[in-house]
Design a binder for this molecule. Sequence first.
Ligand code: DC
Length: 645
Amino acid sequence: MMETLTLPPLRAAAGSVRLPGSKSISNRMLLLAALAQGTTEIRDLLDSDDTRVMLAALEKVGVGITALGGNAWRVEGCGGVFPVKDADLFMGNAGTAIRPLTAALALSGGSYRLSGVPRMHERPIGDLVDGLRQIGADLRYEANTGFPPLGIHPATVNLGAPIRLRGDVSSQFLTALLMALPLTGQRAVIEMTTELISKPYIEITLNLMARFGVQVEREGWRRFTIAAGQRYLSPGILHVEGDASSASYFLAAGAIGGGPVRVEGIGKDSIQGDVRFADELEKLGATITWGDKWVEAEAPRGKLKAFDLDLNHIPDAAMTLAVAALFADGPCRLRNIASWRVKETDRIAAMATELRKLGASVEEGADSIAVSPAPTFMSGTAIDTYDDHRMAMCFSLAALGGVTVTINDPRCVNKTFPGYFDAFAEITAPVIAIDGPSASGKGTVAERVAAAMGYHYLDSGSLYRLTALAALRAGVALDDEAGVAALGAGLPATFEGGRILLAGDDVTDAIRTEEISVGASKIAALPAVRGALLARQRAYRRFPGLVADGRDMGSVVFPAAVAKAFLTASAEIRAERRYKQLIAKGMPANMHALLQDLRERDARDAQRSVAPLQQCVDADLVDTTEMDIEAAVAAVMDVVKRQGF
Ligand code: DC
């Protein structure tokens, strides 16, 4: 049975997301590192289907590749001579792998076969093959002329005349030739016979070739010359930027769902053309802010402005605008996007079919698409994704129309962004924040509210308790800020059906002792410790939603929570509750000491400089002094219901 993912109706998007590495840069860097002399270390490489295809192919032709952990890889360059001269290579549906490899292998003097999934055998490669044949390379179609699978054989090449190449089907053909031609050592000239599309991708190619020491002379976008005798040399260590195409979904979410949404990993100096997507969003009325290593988008008041745009320079990110059109104040048109027809699927046709399911009227042109949004979204729609990662990611945005949306085959996002839906949940899944002093009953209340809503539950205090316990066990002093923070960042904790494990050891009761309560309160005052636990807490924000309890859920960790409650009770009644709890568990307890401890902890939690315990202005006060648990749960559920849930 096909897997599906149902997104709940979403009302808002806010927060920040760390982007995975760019696909375009990752696969180009891998190939250039393989073709270079010397060893290259590539950091922050994208971990996805398409990069795995490239890594596996390079290994198969004898390139030395080592995983260094944490998305860092070492590539032993072979100086353009692949050690394995005969191989059968599977390219999946990775256009950024098959095109450049076809060119590099055709000039490397071996016999190779390249094939892929059925869709890959429908994606054109004829212009590239024609280009390579002009200089004498030996490539043969194994099935249909103009399409993979391909056989490649050794041949002597001669670059006496310019290579004449079409530019209007895919810019990847030019990229492939540019990257491979320095292997010949000869002077190479490429002349475009038709208008070049997707020019920014060629900029990425030229930029990365230059980092490996090869200069290309460019005359407009018509003629490219590589001087004789240039060789690729490893630049040593390289970093991959975040993926600008992947950024488009989050930026659009910010522009549609309030925002601000920040993407981290690309910034104003990015070399990827798709960062220009942010400029297009700006034309729709969004507010865009640029940092060195981040970009942020915030929604306009009211709807996005209707648009009519030429999007030839950002073909991939443009898909995101087709779905954003559903949120515009009038009919929209996306122009000059013919390349959509030859991507993972026929994206113009696929987009039209799926947008119509949500209620929009759509007109399909040969190289354009027009979308007229309907006043309301159709709910409960099941979106087909056509084995196209971008279809799945784009249509997640439709849930911001306040309707349930089911994404069929959501795993197709693995092509470029395996963690996409978790990242999307981190900016959109509804959060109910319950803060308050210790023993106010918020833990029990939060757990019951989570059960009633069918949401996940985060007991953030347990993370501080676990960190304190880990410090005590490791002999790290509780005032050693850096030491405790390091423990917090790498906490080997798991939560399994009500039990809490630390490095496999059941510590459910061990973290509830008074010693740990006091320890947790002390380390919670250290800014570095709080910082170390922040990302971990935010990662609990998953679909369909999260109830989080603690001290700073509404103020710091989830400031955009949809409902916020501040639960409190008199110190005396809280001490009495704790006393009864401890006695019930057979633990020793002293009422007087408990009350004093509680007051000290309240003071420490309230007076610390970072994220002190306080009632947010937008939180509802629930005083449980006179309430039992049922009444307290009902009071918090009232707060939630008042927000329209
Ligand atoms: O909620 P609790 O008693 O389990 O929390 C243990 C300690 O952790 C408490 O002294 C305050 C601290 N804490 C915090 O500073 N921020 C949170 N979000 C949760 C707990």
